[in-house]
Design a binder for this molecule. Sequence first.
Ligand code: FAD
Length: 251
Amino acid sequence: MSSYWLDSIKEKKNFDKIDNDYECDVCIIGGGLTGLSCGYYLSKLGLKVIIVEKDTIGEKASGNTTGKITYQHNLIYDYLIKSYGENYAKAYLHANKEAISNIKTIIDTENIDCDFEYHSNYVYTTNQDEVTKINAEIQALHSLGEDCEFVTSCPLPFKIAGGLVNKSQAQFNSVKYMMGLANSITNNNSLIFCNSTASDFEKNENGYTTFVNNYKVKSSYVIVASHYPFKKLSRILFYKNVSIYILYNSV
Ligand SMILES: Cc1cc2nc3c(=O)[nH]c(=O)nc-3n(C[C@H](O)[C@H](O)[C@H](O)COP(=O)(O)OP(=O)(O)OC[C@H]3O[C@@H](n4cnc5c(N)ncnc54)[C@H](O)[C@@H]3O)c2cc1C
């Protein structure tokens, strides 16, 4: 089954397979939201970027998201304050709020038609016993200086026991957004290759060599944006979704 976002793209942009050895400032492994967002900012700074994607741009996790751009992720703030303290929770909140405005800035600057809309975000329960958790989250948000309200109904066709609503959150078509990022990247002296799998990279005197299909990409820096690590890196544990969440929500 394909996602609504992927189905909504009538003409998919195709990028060639890598066909040669290349040199660049930054080689990015993975063409999802993380890789394309990094590529966008770096190519805008004037760096030559090469993105290598093993399949097609944006068709993995990033093309299958819910498409919401919010700072409310379940009941996160009560948990963060209790587990790591108020400053930590504030940093998380601000990074995510900044992400929403940064995405909007990119959309406006690059004129990306990706169905971006501001909407309220609801977290609700149909279970009366869980309403205390909702209230604790509201208190946590208020203690961080954030506005949010308790509600007893939301725009869903069934009754809820209670919920919270945050205004000024957003949604978009992530695939259309990624196509816009890809356009900007290739317009800024940078390249994207699809069907091009990085099998390894190694550090040398002048930077890095990344092995892609049967070719080499030499670069000063490498960014691994492959969602799951594709090679063993010393001192790095298998960190699954964590790095991705930080990047997606803070660019
Ligand atoms: C069902 C679902 C709903 C979600 N909803 C939301 C949401 O509403 N809002 C939100 O903020 N987040 C949401 N997320 C999380 C968000 O989708 C991910 O955090 C984000 O898309 C990850 O992007 P990524 O670029 O890191 O990974 P991916 O999109 O998976 O991109 C990684 C890319 O790397 C490529 N790759 C892998 N190995 C190699 C290699 N060796 N060589 C070359 N390329 C390689 C892959 O083919 C892939 O294209 C959701 C996630 C899921 C699963």
